[in-house]
Design a protein. Structure first.
Length: 130
């Protein structure tokens, strides 16, 4: 559904991947998305390398190769955005080394629904529905 939605909005997605030549297994990937209604912007959506292939420079190589393609084939792009968890040190390092700078920050909070029910019941803020 997500890909159908992107196609309907004419968003292009490019994916680069690398395979292990000995096994044929996928070792890593990098993907970007470009919206023709914002031709000067590109979203670097994800880069990942399977655990057994890490620490070989594949993530850095994949991301750089993809962005070189963008520079060649989408000269209208002036800004590239990406997202990164603060806990993902290896990808933070790649992004900083490539020249990315923090632009926005946000937090995602999570709570178990049982905890919410207990807290509300304790505080008697609102009736708790069973």
């Amino acid at each position: 559904d997500w890909e159908a939605s992107m196609r309907a909005r004419r968003i292009e997605q490019w994916i680069a991947w690398v395979r292990d030549e000995t096994t044929g297994r996928l070792a890593g990937y990098s993907t970007v998305r470009w919206n023709p209604f914002e031709p000067d912007r590109l979203w670097q959506a994800g880069t990942g390398v399977l655990r057994e292939y890490r620490n070989r420079g594949l993530g850095r190589w994949l991301k750089a190769a993809m962005l070189e393609k963008v520079l060649r084939e989408r000269p209208s792009v002036r800004v590239i955005r990406t997202g990164n968890a603060d806990t993902n040190g290896p990808m933070l390092r790649i992004n900083y080394d490539m020249g990315f700078k923090p632009y926005k920050a946000f937090q995602v909070w999570e709570v178990e629904t049982e905890q919410v029910a207990r807290t509300l019941a304790e505080k008697q803020a609102v009736p708790v529905l069973a």
